[in-house]
Every structure is written in structure tokens, then in C-alpha cells.
Design a protein around this ligand. Structure first.
Ligand code: XMP
Length: 518
């Protein structure tokens, strides 16, 4: 896609913030791809055609360790400008005869760098800047041909530059928000030094995407698994704009959706004019398959398998279909490509659209493969998808099935739905659903507790409220919701939801807990 031409690749050495580097570059309107550190030159060119520069991410290894991930030869041989961040800077240092060693003091947190020499990297920026450091190793001796362009009290060589070869290194992390001029430093590198093309906007993406969907699918029919989440809605609408009635969206209601959600998904299809949308209510089939099962992984697997069966059955009923559309987004692509990365271990078996009909394997249409979530939202807004969908919090594929701890029955789901609705409704009114919480929901526990209501003893269900703040969902903190808000939610749930007499608030972060309970 011409739109991707003239961008940047980021070699991923395993830093938690590697994805953030790509997002920051995208915010400059420049295409950026995150690729494994051992990708070949050809793979790099394929990921970002007409490449203009390379960024080396940070990572947990030490360059002096025997198995340390190396700098591929093509990077320097290409003559492209390079910016090494943290571990990336240490790789450059080592390659040019400098020395890296474990620092006596780990440096973690804020530091002030002083700019020591003129360089394109700090052009137009303050001489003293707050930066975010996170490293255990440091440069003992700068590499040959490099000038020291900034230092801190603990890291005398905090930034280096080889002006002639346009190679730069920074010990701190320009991609994180705490680095005051981080964006400007990245702009100086990406636009100033690399001269990368700036044209990656939601509008240009939509135009290019419509064109490429048309070229890919021709006159074929496209099956879409529609969940009502932002990704499948945006993918569907792009395809609909590209090939109209060739789009066949299938929405499987597994009965574990939130209050009013199934109607909302069907309503959205109508609003967007998706004439061929098919809605299947498979609630009984799912609940039948889940009867008597309470082990979390078993529940997940049954839900995934049943989904695949229902989806496949509906697809075969529809006759000839040529393509399968999915709302895969860039973080999914990165995650599935780098299972060897430290920290990329699967804790739970995730279930998304699931069940590729066999004959459509390899016939995938994935219009959002290159986008981060925030970009998907921007594209969705430009496509006229309503705010409630565009800003919807993530909802797991198995739905309330993993929030109904223990056995999933219709009665328990109804209690959970009602409580969840009251909680999220209060948060919405307080303006905390779009900002303030990244995910907020109710969980139903498989225990009962004793209470008293009026003069009656009760022995009823327990609801847990879960609300977290996070940006990447890999780690999360519990949201510090106001006690008055929690009090209101608690009393509404106990008064309005029959069968519940106790409400708890989950004050565990991730790790050690996960966001969902199962
Ligand atoms: P955990 O519970 O692992 O969740 O901390 C992290 C994020 O992933 C969501 N999640 C899922 N999303 N299919 C999905 O599409 C799933 O099976 C699934 N399980 C968890 C969870 O809601 C949170 O946003």
C-alpha cells in the first residue's frame, strides 16, 4: 500500500515500551512497523516499504551477555539513519568499540539530562530536560566516531551521535509520556533526520484501505464475524464501504452478552445499512454445552468450540463465500509473531472470533492489521460509527461466561447482567466509563452469604465490582473510585437486583491478579 511507503521500522528487543515507540511515530503521521530484532533486510522492507530509518528498541538483556540479541548487519550496511534507545544504544556502542557495563546503581525513574553539544536530535529543545530512565547497564566509554550530546548525573553518556553516519543513541526512553520532550526528539529523528513521509492519517488510511479491499476481494462475498466491538464494527464498515452488499456479517449471540447488547449490535448493523447481516441466537446451545461445568479453562474451551461450530454451520448455510473478514489489529499481529519474547507467555486461552471455516483458511480480509487500537477508534469515528461503539471498553470473547464464576446458568447471568448494568450506568453518569477506568464490570461469585433485609434473614449471591486503569492491559491497577460512588452502586445493586445481598470491590492490581476473574 503506497500509504505505508517512506516509514520507519522498529527492531523489537523485548522492551515493554517497544509498541509505544511505534505508536509515537504513527502520531507524527509516519508509518511505523514493529518487527522482531532478527528480521532480515527484506522483511524490514516488506513491513515498511521504501524505508527511511531504523529505531532499535530497549530490551531486558545486557549486550555483554553471551546470548544477547545482536544488531543485524543489514542495519548499518543499509546506510539508513538509526536511533538506538537504551539497549539499542548499547548495541551501537558495542559495535563501534565502546564499552557497556552493569552500572553500580540501577537508574529507574526521572532524571534530568543536560544537552552538551548541538545535534539534530535535540534541535530546538531545552538544554535541560526531564527524561525517563530505566536501565541497569550504562556506557563506560563512548564508541569511536560518536560525540556525547547529552548527559545526566548518573549517566555521563546519556545520548550520543555519529553525525556523519546519522547514528544516534539515547539511554533514556523518548517514547514514554514522562520524557518531557520525547515526542519532539522522535520527531527530530523521524522527520528531521530520516525525512520520513508524513501522510498517515485516518482519512488517508480509509481511502487506501477501501481501495485495497476492492483489489483483494474482487467480486467475492466476504463473511464477517460481527461481535459489536469496535474492531469488528470498523472492519465491517470499511468492507461495506468498499464492496457493499458483498459483505455478509454474522452475529452469534451466545447468551453471555451484557444487558441490551444483542439488540444494540443488530441495531448497529441496521444503522450502517448492512443489508445482509444475519443474527443467530444460539443461547440455548451454549448454555446447554456449559451445563455443570465450572472450571475456567474448560468453560473457555467449550465456548470457543461451540462458537466455531455455530459460526461454521451458519457459514455453510450461506452458500458460496470467498473471504473471511476479521478485526485483527496490530497488537494481535505483533503478539502472535513474537511468542518467543520474554513476557509474551499466554496466561489464559483467549477466544476471539474463533472457528475459521476450513475452506476460508488463508482467505482472510483483515483491514485493521496495521492499526493500533487508538487508530482504529479514530478511523471508526471518521466512518460515522457511534461513540458508544467507538469508545467501548474491551469485552472478552467468552463474555459474561468468564465473569459468572462457577457454573453459568441463565438465572445467574440475569443477576450478573442487572448488576453490571447498574455499575456501568453509574460510572457513565460520573464520566468514568470513557476516561477514568479502562475496564469496569461486575463479577458474580459462586458463594452465598448471610444478610438481613427488613426483618428477614437472607442467604444470597455476592457481586464483585472490578474497575481498572491501564493503557496496555498487560499490567493494570485497580481504579481508586470514590467511596460515595461505590456506596451508591452497592446500595442500588442490593436494592434493585433480586438475589444479591452483598457487594465487594476488588482492590487487586495485575499482576498478581488478572483483570478478568477467569
Ligand atoms: P486478563 O484477564 O488476562 O485480561 O488480565 C486482559 C484483557 O484481555 C481481555 N480478555 C479477552 N479478550 N478474548 C478477548 O477478546 C478473551 O478470551 C479474553 N479474555 C480476557 C480482558 O477483558 C482484558 O481486557
Amino acid at each position: 500500500m503506497a500509504l505505508k511507503n517512506g516509514g520507519i521500522v522498529i527492531l523489537d528487543y523485548g522492551s515493554q515500551t517497544a509498541q509505544l515507540i511505534a505508536r509515537r511515530v504513527r502520531e507524527l503521521g509516519v508509518f511505523a512497523a514493529l518487527i522482531p530484532y532478527d528480521a532480515s533486510a527484506a522483511e524490514a522492507q516488506a513491513a515498511a516499504p521504501a524505508l527511511r530509518g531504523v529505531i532499535l528498541s530497549g530490551g531486558p538483556a545486557g549486550t555483554y551477555e553471551p546470548d544477547a540479541p545482536p544488531l543485524p548487519d543489514w542495519v548499518l550496511a543499509s546506510g539508513l539513519p538509526v536511533l538506538g534507545i537504551c539497549y539499542g544504544m548499547q548495541l551501537l556502542t558495542q559495535r563501534f568499540g565502546g564499552q557497556v557495563a552493569a552500572a553500580t546503581q540501577r537508574e529507574y525513574g526521572m532524571a534530568t539530562v543536560s544537552v552538551r553539544a548541538t545535534s539534530e536530535l535535540f534541535a530546538g529543545l531545552d538544554a535541560e530536560q526531564a527524561v525517563w530512565m530505566s536501565h541497569g547497564d550504562r556506557l563506560e566509554h563512548p564508541p569511536d566516531g560518536f560525540a556525547v550530546i547529552a548527559s545526566t548525573s548518573n549517566a555521563p553518556y546519556a545520548a550520543i551521535a555519529h553525525q556523519e553516519r546519522r547514528l544516534f543513541g539515547v539511554q533514556f526512553h523518548p517514547e514514554v509520556q514522562h520524557t518531557a520532550h520525547g515526542r519532539a526528539i522522535l520527531r527530530n529523528f523521524v522527520i528531521g533526520v530520516c525525512g520520513a513521509a508524513s501522510g498517515w492519517t485516518p482519512e488517508s488510511f480509509i481511502a487506501a484501505s477501501i481501495e485495497s479491499i476492492r483489489a483483494q476481494v474482487g467480486g467475492g462475498r466476504v463473511l464477517l464475524g460481527m461481535s459489536g466491538g469496535v474492531d469488528s464494527s470498523v472492519a465491517g464498515e470499511l468492507i461495506h464501504r468498499a464492496v457493499g452488499e458483498q459483505l455478509v456479517p454474522v452475529f452469534v449471540n451466545h447468551g453471555m452478552l451484557r444487558l441490551g447488547e444483542a439488540d444494540a449490535v443488530i441495531g448497529l448493523g441496521k444503522q450502517l445499512g448492512w443489508r445482509n447481516m444475519i443474527a443467530v441466537d444460539a443461547t440455548e446451545e451454549f448454555l446447554g454445552a456449559l451445563r455443570g461445568v465450572s472450571e475456567p479453562e474448560a468453560k473457555r474451551q467449550i465456548i470457543g468450540r461451540t462458537f466455531a461450530e455455530v459460526f461454521e454451520r451458519e457459514a455453510s448455510r450461506l452458500g458460496a463465500l470467498d473471504w473471511l473478514a476479521q478485526g485483527t489489529i496490530y497488537p494481535d499481529v505483533i503478539e502472535s509473531a513474537d511468542t518467543g519474547r520474554p513476557g509474551a507467555r499466554r496466561i489464559k486461552s483467549h477466544h476471539n472470533v474463533g472457528g475459521l471455516p476450513d475452506r476460508l483458511k488463508g482467505r482472510l480480509v483483515e483491514p485493521l492489521r496495521d492499526l493500533f487500537k487508538d487508530e482504529v477508534r479514530q478511523v471508526g469515528a471518521r466512518l460515522g460509527i457511534p461513540d458508544e461503539i467507538v469508545w467501548r471498553q474491551p469485552f472478552p470473547g467468552p463474555g459474561l461466561g468468564v465473569r459468572c464464576v462457577g457454573e453459568v446458568t441463565w438465572e445467574r447471568l440475569e443477576i450478573l447482567r442487572a448488576a453490571d448494568h447498574l455499575f456501568t450506568d453509574e460510572l457513565r453518569q460520573a464520566g468514568l466509563l470513557r476516561e477514568g477506568t479502562a475496564q469496569a464490570f461486575a463479577v458474580l461469585l459462586p458463594v452465598r452469604s448471610v444478610g438481613v433485609m427488613g426483618d428477614q434473614r437472607t442467604y444470597d449471591e455476592v457481586i464483585v465490582l472490578r474497575a481498572v486503569t491501564t493503557t496496555d492491559f498487560m499490567t493494570a491497577d485497580w481504579a481508586r473510585l470514590a467511596p460515595d460512588l461505590l456506596a451508591r452502586v452497592s446500595s442500588r445493586i442490593v436494592n434493585e437486583v433480586r438475589g444479591v445481598n452483598r457487594v465487594l470491590y476488588d482492590i487487586t492490581s495485575k499482576p498478581p491478579a488478572t483483570i478478568e476473574w477467569e
